[in-house]
Write a protein of this length. Structure first.
Length: 289
């Protein structure tokens, strides 16, 4: 697989990077998520809408580990939702926490403001602020700040990549603030989105896209990671993950490319969140090291 979106016209790029074009029931899957998440919250203990910043959506949810099998205080998995930086909400993804908390890991789900009300630069700033808040107030949140792990789906996978290349020392945090990561179905090169209808909402220009290009430089954090993508996703999406793993490995970072059998861009999230799936088990193995 060697797909370079720069060699293709806008129609082809749209096909490869807009999941709604390749998943017949995409809207059904998206519309079902809020109810699935709401049902999960009924059986989850948690603190909802903890504010980490002043903007409207700068909030997070904390779902505590329900067992001490990973220690007390437990490690935390920070999760960044997707939606191409323009839609969705942490409240649509609460079900992702269910099996994780039963495995002894506290799940922290981040919200952020959305395009076009804010820019991608603003969103990256917000996620950075959330990480600083979690580290600073880890004791109040009930988590071990020395065992923070990061994950995100789709646009959240991109934001995961941006956080992994941040110089955290400049913000008063340890350079290795994350001990592992799992970007899921990420789009690491926002420049590709400029060539799609998605940019009507995201409103990227070339300078902003390049500032937020995860593939432009390697992660600063030398933590193990799994970069996962659905087997049924178009080659463009899968190539983003392949390219990132290649970049990481070339810079001495332990990174595994994992293709999720039988999954598309949206059902990949199911594999990530279910404890009977190999991907979930691989993530738990990293967290328990």
């Amino acid at each position: 697989m060697a797909f370079n979106w720069r060699n293709h016209d806008d129609e082809t790029i749209e096909y490869h990077f807009n999941p709604r074009l390749t998943i017949p029931d995409a809207m059904d899957l998206l519309q079902a998520m809020p109810d699935i998440a709401a049902s999960a919250r009924m059986s989850l203990d948690g603190s909802i809408d903890i504010r980490y910043g002043k903007r409207p959506k700068e909030t997070l949810d904390v779902f505590p580990a329900t067992t001490e099998v990973m220690g007390d205080p437990p490690p935390a998995l920070i999760f960044i939702h997707g939606g191409y930086w323009r839609m969705m909400d942490k409240s649509d993804h609460s079900h992702v926490a269910s099996d994780m908390v039963q495995s002894g890991v506290t799940h922290i789900s981040l919200n952020y403001d959305l395009c076009p009300e804010v820019t991608l630069d603003d969103i990256v700033d917000e996620i950075r602020n959330a990480i600083i808040f979690i580290y600073k107030y880890s004791a109040k949140l009930g988590v071990d700040r020395d065992r923070l792990f990061l994950s995100g789906h789709s646009a959240g996978g991109h934001l995961t990549g941006m956080m992994l290349k941040e110089n955290w020392v400049l913000h008063g945090l340890p350079a290795d603030v994350f001990k592992g990561a799992l970007p899921l179905s990420p789009v690491f090169e926002p420049e590709a989105v400029i060539h799609t209808s998605i940019n009507e909402d995201v409103r990227l220009n070339i300078e902003m896209a390049q500032r937020n290009n995860v593939l432009a430089s390697p992660p600063t954090i030398k933590a193990p990671m799994i970069v996962a993508v659905g087997e049924l996703e178009p080659e463009g999406f899968r190539q983003q993950s392949v390219s990132y793993v290649t970049l990481c490995q070339a810079n001495g970072i332990e990174a595994e490319y994992y293709e999720i059998k039988g999954c598309n861009h949206f059902t990949a999230l199911d594999a990530f969140s279910r404890n009977n799936h190999e991907l979930f088990q691989k993530l738990i193995a990293i967290i328990s090291q």
